[in-house]
Ligand binder design. Structure first.
Ligand SMILES: [Zn+2]
Length: 108
């Protein structure tokens, strides 16, 4: 008799980042929700409304703010909402080291 492997009960929810389209576990994502009060960062992850996920990376947020969130949330972000998201990003997300093309060290 062959034992069937038990189906794993641990289900890891996966989400797509609307900034870069990478699919990752929910934990490394920040949820943005389009709720009754407009578009907001949903820190609890439980707010009602249509949600979209973004990495905790500034580049993904900028892409989201500049258009992909509009699409994902089926709305148009107001200037105020964009401003709020940008503020959140600046306060909460570490600055990324931007690798500039051509600035690589040529240590020979
Ligand atoms: Zn991303």
């Amino acid at each position: 008799m062959v034992k069937k492997p038990k189906r794993r009960s641990k289900h890891v929810p996966r989400r797509t980042c609307v900034g870069c389209r990478e699919v990752l576990s929910k934990r490394s994502m920040i949820r943005v929700v389009n709720g009754p009060e407009g578009v907001k960062v949903d820190i609890t992850g439980k707010a009602h409304g249509r949600g979209a996920y973004l990495h905790d990376k500034r580049s993904c947020w900028l892409r989201g703010i500049n258009g992909s969130l509009d699409h994902a949330l089926r709305t148009r972000l107001t200037d105020q909402e964009k401003e709020d998201l940008r503020t959140f990003m600046e306060n909460q997300l570490p600055e990324e080291e931007l690798v500039q093309p051509g600035a690589e060290e040529s240590s020979r």
